[in-house]
Write a protein that binds this ligand. Structure first.
Ligand SMILES: [Fe+2]
Length: 185
């Protein structure tokens, strides 16, 4: 899986540049492979790279504060997905990957928040499991003071509710309940 290895190097170098961790991305790939042991290279790349826009461009806190729906604002989400797809598409094409293959990776990243196809649903569900395992605690600590409890709780509930596979929902259920408790403290 040449392009997966290249993508990992690319993401790691971007994370180093910005002083950010990639645990969530590594863990999303882990869960994609757990949910689908046959996961192909494009899906594995999309898992490792799906949040690349946050890594490269950061998060605009003032925008999150201003818009009523916070993290769930349609425009905010669309931009996060599409910018990520753009960054990785450009990178893979530069490395000589096949156009169709690249467009498949781009499509998966473009729909990773909402899913809609069996493979995009696996990515979305793996992203949710990984969010609860690796991000949720820091997410609550960081964002409650910045944008308020309500928007943080809405996002957490959405991350649980969007799960398609029963198996994934079962893995996350208790972690979700714990997070809601922490949020309301
Ligand atoms: Fe994610």
């Amino acid at each position: 899986m040449k392009y997966l290895e290249l993508t990992k190097q690319f993401i790691k170098s971007k994370a180093d540049e910005k002083g950010k961790k990639i645990d969530h991305l590594q863990n999303t790939l882990h869960w994609v492979k757990q949910l689908d042991p046959q996961a192909d290279e494009a899906l594995q790349i999309a898992a490792f790279a799906h949040d690349v826009s946050r890594l490269v461009l950061g998060v605009d806190i003032s925008e999150l504060k201003e818009n009523k729906k916070g993290f769930l604002d349609v425009e905010h989400m669309r931009e996060h997905q599409e910018k990520g797809a753009e960054i990785i598409t450009k990178y893979l094409l530069e490395k000589g990957a096949d156009k169709e293959f690249v467009s498949d990776v781009g499509q998966l990243i473009s729909f990773h928040e909402v899913g809609g196809t069996p493979r995009a649903d696996i990515l979305k569900d793996a992203d949710s499991i990984s969010f609860f395992e690796t991000n949720a605690e820091d997410f609550i600590k960081k964002f409650v003071p910045l944008v308020g409890k309500e928007k943080v709780e809405d996002k957490i509930t959405w991350m649980f509710a969007r799960i398609s596979l029963d198996k994934a929902r079962d893995i996350v259920r208790d972690m979700y309940k714990e997070c809601i408790k922490k949020c309301r403290k």
